[in-house]
Ligand binder design. Structure first.
Ligand code: ATP
Ligand code: MG
Length: 260
Protein backbone atom coordinates (compact mmCIF):
# COMPACT_ATOMS: atom_id res chain seq x y z
CA UNK A 1 0.00 0.00 0.00
CA UNK A 2 1.12 3.59 -0.64
CA UNK A 3 2.34 5.36 2.50
CA UNK A 4 0.68 8.78 2.07
CA UNK A 5 -2.88 8.65 0.79
CA UNK A 6 -4.43 12.07 0.14
CA UNK A 7 -8.16 12.61 0.29
CA UNK A 8 -8.89 15.21 -2.40
CA UNK A 9 -11.88 16.72 -4.15
CA UNK A 10 -11.75 20.08 -5.91
CA UNK A 11 -15.21 21.14 -4.79
CA UNK A 12 -15.49 22.06 -1.11
CA UNK A 13 -17.80 20.44 1.40
CA UNK A 14 -18.15 17.11 -0.41
CA UNK A 15 -16.85 15.00 2.48
CA UNK A 16 -13.02 14.90 2.37
CA UNK A 17 -12.53 15.36 6.10
CA UNK A 18 -15.37 12.92 6.82
CA UNK A 19 -13.80 10.33 4.49
CA UNK A 20 -10.28 10.80 5.91
CA UNK A 21 -11.46 10.26 9.50
CA UNK A 22 -13.90 7.41 8.93
CA UNK A 23 -11.64 5.53 6.55
CA UNK A 24 -8.81 5.95 9.07
CA UNK A 25 -10.99 4.71 11.88
CA UNK A 26 -12.10 1.51 10.16
CA UNK A 27 -8.57 0.78 8.92
CA UNK A 28 -7.39 1.19 12.51
CA UNK A 29 -10.08 -1.27 13.62
CA UNK A 30 -8.82 -3.65 10.92
CA UNK A 31 -5.49 -3.58 12.78
CA UNK A 32 -3.60 -1.26 10.43
CA UNK A 33 -1.17 1.31 11.84
CA UNK A 34 -2.73 4.42 10.41
CA UNK A 35 -2.62 8.11 11.28
CA UNK A 36 -4.95 10.77 9.91
CA UNK A 37 -3.22 14.11 9.35
CA UNK A 38 -4.89 17.47 8.76
CA UNK A 39 -3.39 18.83 5.56
CA UNK A 40 -5.86 21.72 5.31
CA UNK A 41 -3.72 24.22 7.20
CA UNK A 42 -5.85 27.24 6.32
CA UNK A 43 -9.03 25.84 7.84
CA UNK A 44 -8.15 22.70 9.79
CA UNK A 45 -11.13 20.64 10.87
CA UNK A 46 -9.91 17.21 12.00
CA UNK A 47 -9.60 18.20 15.69
CA UNK A 48 -13.09 19.69 15.83
CA UNK A 49 -14.67 16.65 14.15
CA UNK A 50 -12.89 14.34 16.61
CA UNK A 51 -14.14 16.44 19.51
CA UNK A 52 -10.81 17.77 20.82
CA UNK A 53 -10.33 21.31 22.06
CA UNK A 54 -7.34 23.38 20.96
CA UNK A 55 -6.14 23.90 24.52
CA UNK A 56 -6.09 20.11 25.06
CA UNK A 57 -3.97 19.38 22.02
CA UNK A 58 -1.38 22.12 22.74
CA UNK A 59 1.67 21.36 20.58
CA UNK A 60 0.23 18.24 19.00
CA UNK A 61 -0.58 20.02 15.76
CA UNK A 62 0.69 19.91 12.23
CA UNK A 63 1.20 23.69 12.40
CA UNK A 64 3.49 23.28 15.37
CA UNK A 65 5.42 20.52 13.59
CA UNK A 66 5.88 22.61 10.45
CA UNK A 67 7.10 25.68 12.36
CA UNK A 68 9.35 23.83 14.79
CA UNK A 69 10.65 21.06 12.58
CA UNK A 70 9.14 18.44 14.89
CA UNK A 71 9.06 14.76 14.04
CA UNK A 72 5.44 13.73 13.41
CA UNK A 73 5.83 10.58 15.55
CA UNK A 74 6.28 12.89 18.58
CA UNK A 75 3.02 14.75 18.17
CA UNK A 76 0.50 12.02 17.31
CA UNK A 77 -2.74 12.31 19.27
CA UNK A 78 -5.14 9.42 20.02
CA UNK A 79 -8.96 9.53 19.85
CA UNK A 80 -11.02 7.41 22.28
CA UNK A 81 -11.71 5.01 19.39
CA UNK A 82 -7.95 4.34 19.17
CA UNK A 83 -7.58 6.31 15.96
CA UNK A 84 -4.29 8.20 15.78
CA UNK A 85 -4.41 11.67 14.31
CA UNK A 86 -2.55 14.96 13.97
CA UNK A 87 -4.90 17.94 13.96
CA UNK A 88 -4.20 21.53 12.97
CA UNK A 89 -4.46 24.76 14.93
CA UNK A 90 -5.18 28.30 13.82
CA UNK A 91 -1.66 29.72 13.77
CA UNK A 92 0.10 30.71 10.59
CA UNK A 93 1.78 27.78 8.79
CA UNK A 94 1.65 26.58 5.23
CA UNK A 95 1.44 23.07 3.80
CA UNK A 96 4.03 24.29 1.26
CA UNK A 97 6.60 24.14 4.08
CA UNK A 98 5.86 20.48 4.80
CA UNK A 99 8.10 18.10 2.94
CA UNK A 100 7.43 14.50 2.09
CA UNK A 101 10.33 13.20 4.18
CA UNK A 102 8.51 13.98 7.44
CA UNK A 103 5.96 11.32 6.47
CA UNK A 104 8.56 8.88 5.20
CA UNK A 105 10.35 9.21 8.58
CA UNK A 106 7.25 8.21 10.55
CA UNK A 107 7.83 4.89 12.25
CA UNK A 108 4.55 4.70 14.16
CA UNK A 109 2.42 4.35 11.04
CA UNK A 110 2.31 2.29 7.90
CA UNK A 111 -0.30 4.57 6.33
CA UNK A 112 -0.84 8.33 6.55
CA UNK A 113 -4.23 9.58 5.43
CA UNK A 114 -3.87 13.25 4.53
CA UNK A 115 -6.96 15.46 4.53
CA UNK A 116 -6.45 18.21 1.94
CA UNK A 117 -7.91 21.64 1.17
CA UNK A 118 -10.56 22.14 -1.55
CA UNK A 119 -9.97 24.25 -4.65
CA UNK A 120 -7.19 24.31 -7.22
CA UNK A 121 -4.76 26.77 -5.66
CA UNK A 122 -1.15 26.38 -4.59
CA UNK A 123 -2.03 24.91 -1.18
CA UNK A 124 -4.11 22.16 -2.73
CA UNK A 125 -1.39 21.42 -5.25
CA UNK A 126 1.28 21.36 -2.53
CA UNK A 127 -0.83 18.92 -0.49
CA UNK A 128 -1.31 16.64 -3.51
CA UNK A 129 2.41 16.79 -4.29
CA UNK A 130 3.39 15.24 -0.94
CA UNK A 131 1.05 12.26 -1.45
CA UNK A 132 1.97 8.91 -2.95
CA UNK A 133 -1.61 8.38 -4.08
CA UNK A 134 -4.96 10.15 -3.88
CA UNK A 135 -8.56 9.15 -3.37
CA UNK A 136 -10.95 11.57 -5.06
CA UNK A 137 -14.21 12.29 -3.22
CA UNK A 138 -17.18 13.33 -5.34
CA UNK A 139 -20.85 13.80 -4.60
CA UNK A 140 -23.37 12.86 -7.29
CA UNK A 141 -23.69 16.31 -8.87
CA UNK A 142 -22.28 17.68 -12.10
CA UNK A 143 -20.27 20.47 -10.37
CA UNK A 144 -18.64 18.06 -7.96
CA UNK A 145 -17.75 15.54 -10.69
CA UNK A 146 -16.28 18.27 -12.93
CA UNK A 147 -14.22 19.64 -10.02
CA UNK A 148 -13.10 16.06 -9.32
CA UNK A 149 -11.85 15.76 -12.92
CA UNK A 150 -9.84 19.00 -12.52
CA UNK A 151 -8.27 17.58 -9.36
CA UNK A 152 -7.49 14.30 -11.14
CA UNK A 153 -5.65 16.35 -13.77
CA UNK A 154 -3.63 18.14 -11.08
CA UNK A 155 -2.67 14.77 -9.57
CA UNK A 156 -1.61 13.58 -13.03
CA UNK A 157 0.48 16.73 -13.58
CA UNK A 158 2.14 16.14 -10.21
CA UNK A 159 2.67 12.44 -11.14
CA UNK A 160 0.69 11.22 -8.14
CA UNK A 161 -1.18 7.95 -8.48
CA UNK A 162 -5.00 8.07 -8.51
CA UNK A 163 -6.27 5.17 -6.43
CA UNK A 164 -9.94 5.71 -7.21
CA UNK A 165 -13.06 7.72 -6.55
CA UNK A 166 -15.28 7.65 -3.47
CA UNK A 167 -18.88 8.46 -4.29
CA UNK A 168 -20.15 10.23 -1.18
CA UNK A 169 -23.77 11.18 -0.38
CA UNK A 170 -24.97 8.53 -2.81
CA UNK A 171 -28.74 8.73 -3.35
CA UNK A 172 -31.48 7.50 -5.64
CA UNK A 173 -32.04 9.40 -8.86
CA UNK A 174 -28.62 11.01 -9.18
CA UNK A 175 -25.29 10.04 -10.74
CA UNK A 176 -24.26 6.49 -9.84
CA UNK A 177 -21.05 4.44 -9.99
CA UNK A 178 -21.28 3.46 -13.69
CA UNK A 179 -21.99 7.01 -14.91
CA UNK A 180 -19.22 8.53 -12.78
CA UNK A 181 -16.78 5.90 -14.02
CA UNK A 182 -17.66 6.58 -17.63
CA UNK A 183 -17.41 10.39 -17.20
CA UNK A 184 -14.10 10.32 -15.32
CA UNK A 185 -12.46 7.11 -16.54
CA UNK A 186 -11.52 6.34 -12.92
CA UNK A 187 -12.96 3.40 -10.91
CA UNK A 188 -15.37 4.18 -8.09
CA UNK A 189 -13.96 2.08 -5.25
CA UNK A 190 -16.23 3.27 -2.45
CA UNK A 191 -19.85 4.32 -2.12
CA UNK A 192 -21.19 6.05 0.97
CA UNK A 193 -24.88 6.82 1.18
CA UNK A 194 -26.30 10.19 2.19
CA UNK A 195 -27.60 9.69 5.69
CA UNK A 196 -28.76 11.70 8.69
CA UNK A 197 -26.57 9.60 11.00
CA UNK A 198 -23.64 11.88 10.03
CA UNK A 199 -25.39 14.86 11.55
CA UNK A 200 -26.35 12.91 14.68
CA UNK A 201 -22.80 11.61 15.16
CA UNK A 202 -21.41 15.14 14.62
CA UNK A 203 -23.82 16.52 17.20
CA UNK A 204 -22.30 14.05 19.67
CA UNK A 205 -18.80 15.02 18.51
CA UNK A 206 -17.88 11.58 17.23
CA UNK A 207 -17.15 10.12 13.79
CA UNK A 208 -20.13 8.25 12.36
CA UNK A 209 -18.24 4.93 12.17
CA UNK A 210 -17.59 5.17 15.93
CA UNK A 211 -21.04 6.34 16.99
CA UNK A 212 -22.94 4.01 14.63
CA UNK A 213 -20.38 1.23 14.40
CA UNK A 214 -22.85 -1.34 13.05
CA UNK A 215 -24.70 0.63 10.37
CA UNK A 216 -24.84 0.53 6.59
CA UNK A 217 -22.83 3.78 6.54
CA UNK A 218 -20.02 2.11 8.54
CA UNK A 219 -20.36 -0.88 6.23
CA UNK A 220 -19.62 1.41 3.28
CA UNK A 221 -16.37 2.60 4.88
CA UNK A 222 -15.40 -0.98 5.78
CA UNK A 223 -15.95 -2.08 2.18
CA UNK A 224 -13.79 0.85 0.98
CA UNK A 225 -11.05 -0.04 3.48
CA UNK A 226 -11.12 -3.70 2.42
CA UNK A 227 -10.90 -2.67 -1.23
CA UNK A 228 -7.82 -0.55 -0.49
CA UNK A 229 -6.23 -3.47 1.32
CA UNK A 230 -7.15 -5.86 -1.49
CA UNK A 231 -9.21 -7.98 0.90
CA UNK A 232 -12.65 -9.50 0.49
CA UNK A 233 -15.33 -7.92 2.67
CA UNK A 234 -18.69 -9.43 3.53
CA UNK A 235 -21.11 -6.58 4.22
CA UNK A 236 -24.29 -6.48 6.30
CA UNK A 237 -26.47 -7.26 3.23
CA UNK A 238 -24.29 -10.27 2.27
CA UNK A 239 -24.54 -11.61 5.83
CA UNK A 240 -28.32 -11.17 5.87
CA UNK A 241 -28.59 -13.12 2.64
CA UNK A 242 -26.25 -15.87 3.81
CA UNK A 243 -27.91 -16.28 7.23
CA UNK A 244 -31.58 -16.05 6.22
CA UNK A 245 -33.49 -19.31 6.91
CA UNK A 246 -35.11 -19.28 3.47
CA UNK A 247 -31.73 -18.98 1.76
CA UNK A 248 -30.30 -21.81 3.86
CA UNK A 249 -33.15 -24.07 2.65
CA UNK A 250 -32.77 -22.92 -0.96
CA UNK A 251 -29.03 -23.61 -0.77
CA UNK A 252 -29.64 -27.13 0.57
CA UNK A 253 -32.03 -27.78 -2.31
CA UNK A 254 -29.41 -26.50 -4.74
CA UNK A 255 -31.31 -23.32 -5.73
CA UNK A 256 -29.94 -19.78 -6.09
CA UNK A 257 -30.30 -17.67 -2.89
CA UNK A 258 -32.80 -14.82 -2.87
CA UNK A 259 -31.62 -11.22 -2.90
CA UNK A 260 -33.24 -10.05 0.34
N1 ATP B 1 -22.61 10.75 3.30
C1 ATP B 1 -22.99 11.82 3.99
N2 ATP B 1 -24.30 11.98 4.37
C2 ATP B 1 -24.69 13.08 5.06
N3 ATP B 1 -23.85 14.07 5.45
C3 ATP B 1 -22.55 13.97 5.10
C4 ATP B 1 -22.05 12.86 4.36
N4 ATP B 1 -20.72 13.04 4.18
C5 ATP B 1 -20.40 14.20 4.76
N5 ATP B 1 -21.49 14.78 5.31
C6 ATP B 1 -21.53 16.08 6.02
O1 ATP B 1 -21.16 17.09 5.08
C7 ATP B 1 -20.49 18.16 5.74
C8 ATP B 1 -19.19 18.47 5.00
O2 ATP B 1 -18.31 17.36 5.12
P1 ATP B 1 -16.73 17.54 5.23
O3 ATP B 1 -16.38 18.60 6.21
O4 ATP B 1 -16.13 16.20 5.41
O5 ATP B 1 -16.42 18.09 3.76
P2 ATP B 1 -15.01 18.60 3.20
O6 ATP B 1 -14.92 18.15 1.79
O7 ATP B 1 -13.92 18.19 4.10
O8 ATP B 1 -15.23 20.18 3.27
P3 ATP B 1 -14.08 21.31 3.01
O9 ATP B 1 -13.87 21.32 1.52
O10 ATP B 1 -14.71 22.58 3.50
O11 ATP B 1 -12.86 20.90 3.77
C9 ATP B 1 -20.29 17.69 7.20
O12 ATP B 1 -21.26 18.30 7.99
C10 ATP B 1 -20.50 16.18 7.14
O13 ATP B 1 -21.00 15.65 8.35
MG1 MG C 1 -12.42 19.39 5.05
Amino acid sequence: MDKVLGIVSGKGGVGKTTTAINLGLVLNNFGRRVVVVDGDLLKPNIGAVLGVKLKEIKNHTIHHAVKNNKKLDEIVYVHSSGLKFIPGDHTDSSIKDLNKEVFEDMKSSELIILDTPPGFGEDTRAAIRICDAVLVVVTPEEASIQAGIKTINIAREEKVKITGIVLNRKREGSYGKTEIESITGIPVIGEIIEDKSFEEAAYNRHPVTYYYYDSSVTDGYKALAAKLLGEKYEGIQDKKERDSPINKILKKLGFKPLNL
